[in-house]
Write a protein that binds this ligand. Structure first.
Ligand code: FEO
Length: 396
């Protein structure tokens, strides 16, 4: 049954033919509370070209959209900018249905497509002519996988940026400027913190290299979320700011608790931060999830972590979140560890060791209380919050 999926024009010769995933809430551990899109693009030139595909279950949606512009069998080339299955899942079916003359990916992309699907792809090298226009490829290794590359269609000035500049945001509008700016900024920041942050050095190198590439960009078309047709300076500046990881005048207190003792320390610490006039938020791991915590940590210059001890170890929810954060390599943080225990008391010490491994500066030693924090321990937590907030103010 036809579903009336249409293609939407994003430039004179390029169409969006992707899919909107309104329902996805868990994107390999990232809470996609607003769903996402898998953007694929169709270039109508003498060589008709499909840039990226969609997640496997959305194959039919993509093909229906393509069919409103051109018979899919007329597609000559398929470009795979990124082989992660949210963009390549529909590729085997697309190749079988379209039988394109060429499938092109980066060198690592060709290997990845072979490993996933047994597909043979040609390695992107020089710019390729599509007839009236040409596609140029720029490798962007590790943004977000080793195979990643971006491509630029010079005839219309469209930069197909795959994961870069994306947002997990389902919607019926195509353009970022049709959404509330604060929503776009929030989703871009969350996406960066949880997908890209670990590769910030490479992001800065890419941003530095873009002017020399002399790409007259008129559209930035990421593989997720709305597309940009203006304010490119703002988009690049946002990525430069995220990648720079300069301390921000904001604090977050992340805690897990069993009988509210660690929670009491968390609240005392946060009140201390507040008393110094620094914005602070408290995140209870019992009612939150990883991507929200990482977003808050990325956007805070001061991050405190507290957990009880359970079976001689830090409470498992805290171990989980610290493992997740560590992999994303946040920089330039002031940290603080705390926790309450019944007897053995390894929790706060282990948290402090993890913060040390992440190179968080810890000017104040961890606080480990027993059973229920004493008035003195709560005062120490409050004072630690106030002191570290004052220190943060000096460093921003
Ligand atoms: Fe949207 Fe790295 O895949």
């Amino acid at each position: 049954m036809k579903s009336f999926y249409n293609a939407e024009k994003i430039s004179e010769n390029v169409w969006w033919v992707g899919a909107v995933d309104w329902s996805v809430r868990n994107f390999h551990g990232y809470l996609t509370e607003r769903g996402t899109t898998y953007n694929a693009f169709l270039i109508i030139d003498e060589k008709v070209t499909l840039v990226d595909t969609v997640k496997e279950p959305f194959f039919n949606e993509m093909m229906e959209r393509i069919s409103t512009v051109i018979d899919p069998a007329k597609i000559d080339y398929i470009i795979s900018n990124h082989a992660e299955p949210d963009h390549s899942g529909a590729l085997p079916q697309a190749i079988a249905a379209i039988k394109p003359e060429r499938v092109i990916a980066s060198a690592m992309g060709a290997k990845t497509l072979k490993a996933y699907y047994g597909l043979d792809a040609e390695v992107a090298k020089d710019p390729i002519s599509l007839g009236r226009g040409a596609l140029t490829f720029v490798e962007t290794k590790m943004l977000h996988w080793p195979d990643s590359m971006i491509s630029f269609y010079d005839r219309d000035g469209v930069l197909f940026s795959q994961d870069a500049f994306g947002q997990h945001l389902a919607g019926s509008k195509l353009w970022a400027d049709e959404y509330d700016g604060a929503l776009i900024e929030h989703e871009m920041s969350k996406y960066y913190a949880n997908i890209i942050n670990a590769q910030s050095t490479k992001v800065l190198a890419l941003l530095d290299s873009l002017p020399a590439l002399n790409l007259p960009v008129k559209v930035i078309a990421p593989d997720h979320g709305p597309i940009f047709r203006k304010d490119f300076d703002k988009v690049f500046a946002a990525y430069r700011r995220y990648a720079g990881q300069k301390p921000q005048l904001r604090a977050v207190v992340v805690f897990a608790t069993m009988w509210h003792a660690t929670e009491a320390l968390a609240r005392a610490f946060a009140d201390g931060v507040r008393s110094a006039g620094v914005e602070v938020s408290i995140i209870d791991l019992a009612v939150s999830e990883r991507s929200a915590v990482m977003t808050a940590v990325a956007n805070s210059g001061l991050a405190a972590f507290g957990a009880p001890t359970m079976n001689n170890q830090m409470f498992p929810a805290m171990a989980d979140i610290l493992t997740y954060i560590k992999g994303l390599k946040p920089l330039n943080k002031i940290g603080f560890a705390f926790g309450s225990c019944g007897w053995s008391g390894e929790g706060a010490k282990q948290i402090s060791a993890e913060l040390e491994a992440m190179k968080f500066e810890q000017p104040i030693p961890f606080i480990q209380s027993k059973y229920k924090p004493t008035a003195d321990e709560l005062k120490r937590a409050f004072d630690a919050g106030a002191t570290l907030a004052e220190q943060l103010k000096q460093s921003v």
